[in-house]
Design a protein around this ligand. Sequence first.
Ligand SMILES: Cc1cc2nc3c(=O)[nH]c(=O)nc-3n(C[C@H](O)[C@H](O)[C@H](O)COP(=O)(O)O)c2cc1C
Length: 180
Amino acid sequence: MFNSFQHKLSKILKTHRSLRRKESCLKILVVYDTSSSKRNTEKVAAAISEVLKVKGHNVDCMYIKDVDPGRVKNYDGVVAGAPTQWLRATKSIVQFLDTLPKDEFSGKIGAAFDTQLERMMSGNAAKGIEKKLPKLGFKIIMPPLVTYVEGSNVYEMHLKEGELEKARKYPKDLVIKLSQ
Ligand SMILES: Cc1cc2nc3c(=O)[nH]c(=O)nc-3n(C[C@H](O)[C@H](O)[C@H](O)COP(=O)(O)O)c2cc1C
């Protein structure tokens, strides 16, 4: 009797958990700009996307020029990133965000990331992107992800050791925030 009750209860709990998981499967766009031959920002975008997929989300990871701005409203959340150039986010990502309609993203999740040098006066693309997202209606639930590059040639910087791991941790934290 007790065993059969326990069995039923465990079945109910299992179904409940699987329903919750289904409910929390979000459609997320990871959109990035990248310009150097090392494609650092693309690598960070790919790392973020992989983890979000593993966590059960439906993710499109796309280069900014391949994204149709009219389709961004189809996503539950957007994670946008760019390299830092001349202290700020690249023109392409700024233009992209500026072309998005202002009234379609209310309450959707937004997050920003960048690649940059680890210097006092390096600027910060992620901050600039993050500032624009709430103006479009996105809800920011995590501080932006900053990843660092190094190298002797500014056109061929590479990600510092450990930065891809940092990029993989970011979506894990994001998922935890989403479930709270
Ligand atoms: C023209 C140019 C300007 C840059 N300006 C900055 C800057 O102001 N601050 C910074 O931290 N990094 C700067 N960088 C370095 C890039 O942010 C870095 O190399 C980035 O990872 C490149 O990303 P990508 O490989 O995705 O193109 C600059 C690079 C270039 C080519």
